[in-house]
Design a protein around this ligand. Structure first.
Ligand SMILES: Nc1ncnc2c1ncn2[C@@H]1O[C@H](COP(=O)(O)OP(=O)(O)OP(=O)(O)O)[C@@H](O)[C@H]1O
Ligand SMILES: [Mg+2]
Length: 241
């Protein structure tokens, strides 16, 4: 079993094999006309993004509205009268590259901006248990749909974000425990594919109701956006192996 290079689709399939993780996965399909039309019918709002995507490049948000379909890339929007026409537009954008389609998750907000969590998961040796060693909230620029720093997103600590967020009726410390547990499950699910890996970065969205949704797992997460102390923790943990 091998997954070469960046491949969100195969990583999704790998995570999907772990039953306990399924409730937290965002429904994902390969780019295909049939899948595009069916998912748009079912979910009203979907995300189409490159299978080997990096830094939120070419992440399209497609939404069924009352009388038309909106396709948004960065701050650019265009509208199509039918799903069929939206599909044709996407098709000529995508050409022959490999893309995936995800259900769009409406994440909770901080000051009207969407946010999600990045969790670093590590193990000291390949026989040691996985542990969440660092986490932060990534907040999108106003009116943007992606939280990546490369697209103007900024960082808050977990508690800063939750205290200012519209996430309701949950205990934030309990939710944090759950975020860590889900992240550990995600890392574990890849053990058969990457037996020697000791670090992952996981993108998890929180919805207003406190439910958790994994956008993706990264094999080479950037550590730049973490505080100096957090980076030190990650480094020390690594060296301990
Ligand atoms: N299904 C989704 N629903 C809502 N927002 C999404 C969804 N998928 C992605 N996003 C937003 O777009 C951002 C970028 O998507 P994703 O993390 O999948 O790819 P990437 O950032 O380009 O890849 P990498 O993190 O490896 O650089 C996410 O951080 C999130 O803010
Ligand atoms: Mg990402």
């Amino acid at each position: 079993m091998k997954i070469n290079g960046r491949n969100k689709w195969k990583l999704y399939l790998a995570m999907n094999k772990k039953k306990e993780l399924r409730p937290y996965l965002v429904l994902t399909k390969k780019w295909a006309k049939k899948n595009f039309l069916a998912m748009l019918r079912k979910y009203k709002s979907i995300v189409v993004k490159p299978n080997k995507g990096l830094k939120a490049t070419n992440v399209y948000f497609i939404t069924k509205r009352k009388k038309d379909y909106a396709v948004q890339l960065y701050e650019n929007k265009c509208y199509f009268p039918t799903a069929q026409k939206a599909y044709m537009y996407m098709k000529q954008k995508i050409k022959q590259s490999s893309y995936i389609i995800q259900r769009r998750i409406r994440t909770a907000k901080v000051n009207g901006r969407i946010f999600d969590m990045r969790v670093i998961i590590q193990r000291k040796s390949t026989r040691s248990p996985w542990t969440a060693t660092a986490y932060k909230a990534r907040v999108a620029r106003k009116d943007r749909f992606v939280t990546n720093a490369s697209k103007g997103g900024s960082t808050l600590t977990y508690h800063e974000a939750m205290n200012q967020s519209n996430v309701s009726a949950v205990d934030y410390d309990e939710l944090l425990q759950q975020i860590k547990e889900v992240s550990v499950l995600a890392a574990q699910s890849l053990n058969p594919y990457y037996p020697n890996k000791r670090l992952y970065g996981i993108d998890i969205a929180v919805r207003k109701d406190g439910s958790l949704h994994i956008f993706e797992i990264n094999r080479k997460p950037a550590l730049k956006g973490f505080s100096a102390t957090q980076q030190e923790t990650i480094k020390t943990f690594k060296q301990a192996g």
